[in-house]
Design a protein around this ligand. Structure first.
Ligand code: C5P
Length: 464
């Protein structure tokens, strides 16, 4: 069966059920996927309810209604099939729409999983979009939300743009008229809302000597080019600049990067803009939109994020922007805490325990940001306490493409190490998470280190 056949079958399963419960993940991809499926199904007059979960785990299963509705698991489920079976979900009442690694299971639950079709750059929101489009082509307007989900799940990061089936979704949005693909464009985060000097100074992929992590350097650079005077009352954002000004800045940046001998490869790529949104708003481009959804989901307000995906630009939007400002400062503080405190090193792992200072739902974001500023040759693991669950520890791990090429597979490491001590983990090669018993933290980190060492050894590579 190919992807389009699986999508068709999923659309038929959905169409044949009146009552549907969507169980989705709380991150940007999970919220986008839920909003796409719920919109398409509501338009088709199904009775739809949604439940958002931080993770599909035994303590949360009670949040799933035990009724006669079809249970659609989106952006989760594939790695927890055994739990679904143990909890008594029958084959006929489950549909999984996911892009995480599948856990073996006796019951052959029907799954549309991007990985099964060789697509590792297509997120759950992308799959949800294809299903929505198969239900009714009128749902092409939802391509925009699918692009947000894909970008939010880092599907565009490695290639500086979406590729394969995810790029087909971009084309649908362009044809529909609610996506503009800006290319070649700076791939730096924050084109719509970040004041220009901050926007440039936060840009560190590739590292720009004298500008990355250097606000005054960024201001001097912009003054030298005549883009700003320095006595700005209101800083422009990248999107405010004229085409010629943008070209000037890009060529100035390129010169500084080349002078340092670094590669220009990742400086430019595709950026997805939404012309139906107001300028200088976080929903104006895909990556900032995704952060807004993450801010909602990670702060217990995934339904607010879903309302935004369905078009709310009033109450829910205002609330989301409030959450976003807390989210930004929390993530910034977390990153600073990791950098100030410093990580501890094992032979194949760098790790830190941040205690109960930060929400367990944001430590993965902090881990990803910290990795690019720490040792880029060792995976990073951040542990933290879980609010209200004193016996549980959240673990987030991040690595990069280079280490994945050397054999690192964080999904396998965390799924294996957490299962051995009665926890549960999973995700992707490059980014994975787990919840483990707090009492086993010490054993766990050494086990993770040994598993990583074995992965390097298996490919004959070692970073040391
Ligand atoms: O929580 P965190 O951001 O670190 O998660 C990284 C990835 O691992 C996400 O895709 C998440 O869905 C996945 N994950 C998982 N099982 C867990 C925790 C995280 O599949 N127990």
């Amino acid at each position: 069966m190919g992807l389009s056949q699986a999508v068709r079958e999923a659309a038929d399963i959905l169409s044949s059920h009146d009552k549907i419960t969507i169980i989705s993940h709380i991150d940007a991809d999970g919220i986008s996927a839920e909003a796409i499926l719920a919109s398409a199904l509501s338009r088709d007059e199904h009775d739809v309810r949604s439940v958002f979960l931080r993770q599909l785990e035994s303590t949360r299963v009670s949040e799933i209604p035990r009724d006669d509705s079809l249970k659609v698991f989106s952006d989760l489920g594939a790695g927890q099939q055994q739990l679904l079976q143990d909890e008594g979900f029958s084959e006929g009442e489950v549909l999984i729409v996911d892009h995480h690694v599948t856990q073996p299971c006796d019951i052959p639950y029907f799954q549309v999983n991007a990985l099964a079709f060789g697509h590792n750059k297509l997120s759950a929101a992308g799959l949800a979009y294809f299903i929505a489009r198969a239900i009714d082509p009128v749902n092409t307007d939802l391509a925009k939300v699918a692009v947000v989900g894909n970008v939010g799940d880092m599907m565009a990061r490695e290639d500086c743009g979406l590729i394969g089936p995810a790029r087909e979704i971009v084309d649908d949005g362009i044809s529909y008229g609610n996506i503009i693909c800006s290319s070649p464009e700076l791939t730096t985060y924050g084109i719509s809302t970040r004041p220009l000097h901050l926007f440039l100074s936060y840009s560190d992929d590739p590292h720009i000597p004298g500008i990355s992590n250097n606000q005054s350097g960024a201001i001097k650079f912009l003054q030298r080019l005549g883009i700003v005077t320095g006595s700005q009352k209101r800083w422009p954002v990248w999107e405010d600049l004229l085409f010629e000004e943008r070209r000037l800045v890009i060529s100035g940046l390129a010169q500084q990067i080349m002078a340092s001998g670094a590669s220009l490869d990742r400086l430019l790529g595709e950026v997805y803009l939404f012309p139906d949104e107001q300028t200088r708003e976080p929903v104006r481009n895909a990556s900032e939109y995704a952060t807004l959804l993450n801010a909602c989901g990670r702060r217990d307000a995934a339904h607010t994020g879903s309302s935004i995906c369905r078009g709310d630009r009033a109450g829910a939007y205002k609330e989301a922007k409030r959450l976003l400002s807390h989210h930004r400062s929390d993530v910034g503080n977390l990153l600073q805490f990791i950098l100030d405190t410093g990580v501890q090193d094992l032979s194949h792992l760098q790790f830190i325990h941040v205690g109960d200072r930060y929400l367990d739902t944001i430590v993965g974001i902090g881990a990803g940001m910290a990795l690019s500023r720490l040792n880029r040759n060792k995976p990073i693991m951040v542990m933290c306490a879980v609010q209200g669950e004193p016996t549980l520890t959240k673990v987030s791990m991040r690595t990069n493409e280079q280490m994945v090429q050397q054999g690192v597979d964080l999904q396998l490491v965390l799924a294996t190490a957490s299962e051995e001590i009665g926890g549960a983990g999973g995700g992707h090669r490059i980014a994975a998470g787990a919840y483990i018993p707090t009492a086993s933290e010490e054993v766990f980190k050494h086990r993770v280190n040994r598993l990583l060492a074995a992965q390097y050894a298996a490919t004959g590579q070692d970073h040391r």
